[in-house]
Design a protein around this ligand. Structure first.
Ligand code: RP5
Length: 163
């Protein structure tokens, strides 16, 4: 790891989001990027969210990945408190596969952006890679790890489909 303190915070609105959000953690771990995880809900635990987001910058976090479903307020509410980049991961849900969640994250009012990724596992993985890209701008070790990760991914794509 390039730093002992977590550089990326992975937060989620519920334990039920972990099955998706663990992909963010697994991807950051592969990239050797220090991270921490926390269940925190904009609706159910607003004080926990305020404490976490208020302290995020001084605690050394550089990016927050926030996963949530339904009326997915967590990324936006986090971005309202902290100036560090917030990447939103919408959960797949019962309303048109997660359309409710993605719109809750994408439709932020001007001035408080949330970088919103795809619904579900792809979004969770891409949020981690996007966090790595942001960190790589100022961290040569993460930059090298990210280049290796992408080269390995490219090398793993077969040309001929297999049965
Ligand atoms: C959201 O409500 C959470 O992010 C979760 O995706 C959804 C449902 O939560 P549970 O009822 O499963 O705890 O706040």
């Amino acid at each position: 790891m390039s730093d002992k303190r977590p550089l990326v915070g992975i937060i989620m609105g519920s334990q039920s989001d972990w099955a998706t959000m663990r992909h963010s953690k697994e991807t950051l771990d592969k990239l050797m990027i220090t991270n921490e995880t926390l269940v925190v809900s904009a609706h159910r635990t607003p004080s926990r969210l305020t404490k976490y987001a208020t302290g995020a910058k001084k605690n050394g976090l550089k990016v927050i990945i926030a996963g949530a479903g339904m009326a997915a307020a967590l990324p936006g509410a986090t971005a309202a408190i902290t100036p560090i980049p917030v990447l939103g991961v919408p959960m797949e849900g019962k309303v048109m596969g997660g359309l409710d969640s993605i719109l809750s994250m994408v439709q932020m009012p001007a001035g408080i952006p949330v970088g919103t990724l795809a619904v579900g596992r792809s979004g969770a993985i891409n949020a981690a890679i996007m966090a790595a890209s942001i960190l790589a701008l100022s961290d040569p070790t993460i930059s090298r790890n990210l280049e290796k990760f992408r080269a390995n991914q490219t090398a793993s794509v077969i040309e001929t489909p297999q049965n």
